[in-house]
Design a protein around this ligand. Structure first.
Ligand SMILES: [Zn+2]
Length: 150
C-alpha cells in the first residue's frame, strides 16, 4: 500500500488504531487491514476492515476515477491544441482552470458561513477536487508555455 496518511495520532502511527475512526485495536478486538503508510517512517497503518477500510477504498477509487477523467479531458485538449499553441483562450485547459478557480471562490464564501459538519465535509471535498484540478491544469499550461515559443 503506497498511500500515505498524515496527521495521525501516536497510536495510529504505531498501527494500534484505525486511521479513519481512531478505534484502538489494543482495547477493542476489531479486524483491521493495512491501508497505507506513515510518510516519515514508512510504517504500515491500519483501518477497521469494516467499514473504515471500505470507505478508504471507495474514496481512493473515486479519486482515481476523477484523476483519469481529468487526464482524459486534458489529453484530448492537449492533442487538439497543437494548432493554436501559445493561444490561451477560454477553451480547453485555461477555460477549465478558470472554472475551477471560480468554483473555489464560490466554495470559499460558502465555507465562511457554514458550520454544519456534513455541509463542511462536502464543501471541503469540492475544494480539494477543484484545487487539485486547477493545480494540474495550471501546471499543464505552464509546461505548454515553456515548450511553446520558448
Ligand atoms: Zn475504523
Amino acid at each position: 500500500m503506497d498511500r500515505y496518511f498524515w496527521h495521525l495520532s501516536k497510536a495510529q502511527e504505531e498501527g494500534q488504531a484505525c486511521v479513519l475512526c481512531g478505534a484502538n485495536y489494543r482495547r477493542m478486538k476489531i479486524p483491521s487491514v493495512e491501508v497505507g503508510k506513515v510518510p516519515e517512517t514508512e510504517a504500515p497503518v491500519y483501518a477497521c476492515a469494516e467499514p473504515c477500510a471500505e470507505r478508504i477504498a471507495a474514496e481512493a477509487e473515486s479519486m482515481a476515477r476523477e484523476m483519469r477523467e481529468a487526464a482524459a479531458e486534458m489529453g484530448a485538449g492537449w492533442d487538439t491544441s497543437a494548432s493554436d499553441q501559445g493561444e490561451l483562450g477560454e477553451d480547453g485547459h485555461f477555460g477549465s482552470m478558470l472554472r475551477d478557480l471560480r468554483a473555489l471562490v464560490g466554495t470559499e464564501s460558502l465555507l465562511a458561513v457554514t458550520d454544519d459538519i456534513d455541509s463542511l465535509r462536502f464543501l471541503l471535498s469540492i475544494t480539494a477536487r477543484h484545487a487539485e484540478a486547477a493545480m494540474i491544469r495550471a501546471r499543464l499550461l505552464l509546461a505548454r508555455t515553456m515548450s511553446g515559443d520558448g
